[in-house]
Design a protein around this ligand. Structure first.
Ligand SMILES: Nc1ncnc2c1ncn2[C@@H]1O[C@H](COP(=O)(O)OP(=O)(O)OP(=O)(O)O)[C@@H](O)[C@H]1O
Length: 357
């Protein structure tokens, strides 16, 4: 188990990491998610032994790592730019750690081939890094990190130098590779989709502090604060009558209209036992992802489209809903000029959450 207790790292007057307590079971992947400058890289570097702690402790398998140098921690690090040795072949890059461990040539070759297979680059051993695409280079960097069989893999924005479609694909592959190999990993990212794809658990970090920690599904379903909700992609926040219009209290238990049912599930999202409108009055802000409201001719809500922006596979709408006000919604019909038109919207409860008031 990795255990961080009250970890604090300061740079002069800046407290980059402020009293962070976290733990991670072996075999699990934790994403530390937060905006630029929140201290997530510093936290990772502290775990790696690259930053001195001003307070607190980092323990791995019960051992306090204070004073243990980076190379003796048995961890591997992978950064945004994989930093491959340019002059060496792909095989030599991956085999580097194996050579340090004095593995024989045949055994090294076998292991390198196995790792190339794992990261989807079989037969690439003789290539030079400069002849590879950015995504291929990151795959090699990952194989190199895994070669040493690290107890813990530390990943700092490993995909953020790649373009979007590649990032998505590689995130899925990375998840599969980490699960297949049973690797314990901490991933630092500012991208909530990436965190959701790759990790089992999520720690949301803002201004040096971990403000929420849990399984990715828990954080997704019940963000602790509006700040967290905004950071993980909720766009519309409603209270009072507007919230009740979008998600009527009487309908919140299993009562979903046929239109809502088509796009959603029977059970609305939100904290269990707190969504019937009677209990849990502490959670009174209804938060909606854009995908929670979709244009649907049989939807229950109605409003005027104020803005329509086509993206690759949908249309992002701002709709002024009767009795509610402006909400973010999804359309799917870029062919029509939607601005100014009245549309109906159906609610997908999976894109909703209730926040403390
Ligand atoms: N070596 C350093 N000396 C002084 N200040 C630093 C140092 N490293 C980081 N900081 C400061 O600590 C804070 C946290 O930085 P950190 O790099 O951990 O953030 P981050 O969340 O990883 O951001 P990004 O996503 O932009 O890399 C920032 O205010 C940064 O300016």
């Amino acid at each position: 188990m990795l255990q961080l207790d009250e970890v604090t790292v300061r740079f002069g007057a800046t407290t980059a990491v402020d009293d962070v307590t976290l733990s991670l079971d072996e075999g699990q992947v934790l994403a530390v998610l937060g905006p630029s400058g929140c201290g997530k890289s510093t936290l990772l570097r502290a775990v790696a032994g690259l930053e001195r702690l001003d307070a607190g402790s980092v323990r791995w398998r019960e051992r306090d790592l204070r004073g243990v140098p980076t190379h003796e921690r048995g961890f591997a690090l992978m950064f945004q730019d994989g930093q491959l040795f340019a002059h060496a072949s792909v095989a030599d890059n991956i085999g580097y750690a194996l050579r340090l461990r004095r593995l024989g040539v045949a055994e090294r070759r076998r292991r390198v081939d196995e790792l190339l297979e794992l990261v989807g680059l079989p037969g690439y051993g003789a290539r030079r890094p400069a002849t590879l695409s950015g995504g291929e280079q990151q795959r090699v960097a990952l194989a190199r990190s895994l070669a040493a069989d690290p107890g813990l893999l530390l990943l700092d924005e490993p995909l953020s130098a790649l373009d979007r479609s590649l990032r998505e694909r590689l995130a899925g592959d990375l998840r599969e590779i980490l699960v297949t190999t049973g690797t314990t990993a901490v991933l630092v990212t500012h991208d909530h989709d990436e965190a959701f794809t790759i990790a089992d658990r999520m720690a949301v970090m803002l201004a040096g502090q971990v403000v929420q920690e849990g399984t990715t599904a828990e954080v997704w379903r019940a963000p602790a604060t509006r700040e967290v909700a905004e950071f993980i992609g909720f766009e519309t926040f409603l209270t009072g009558a507007a919230a009740d219009t979008v998600s009527p209290p009487a309908r919140r238990v299993g009562a979903v209209s046929p239109a809502d049912r088509r796009v959603g599930t029977d059970a609305p999202a939100g904290p269990p036992g707190r969504i019937d409108g009677s209990a849990g009055t502490d959670r009174r802000v209804l938060a909606l992802r854009r995908a929670a409201l979709r244009v649907d001719p049989s939807g229950r809500l109605e409003g005027v489209v104020r803005r329509a922006v086509a993206v690759s596979d949908a249309v992002h709408l701002t709709v002024d809903v009767d009795g509610v006000g402006e909400v973010a919604a999804l359309g799917d019909d870029p062919g029509h000029h939607l601005e100014g038109r009245r549309v109906r919207l159906a609610l997908d409860p999976r894109g909703t959450a209730y926040l403390p008031g």
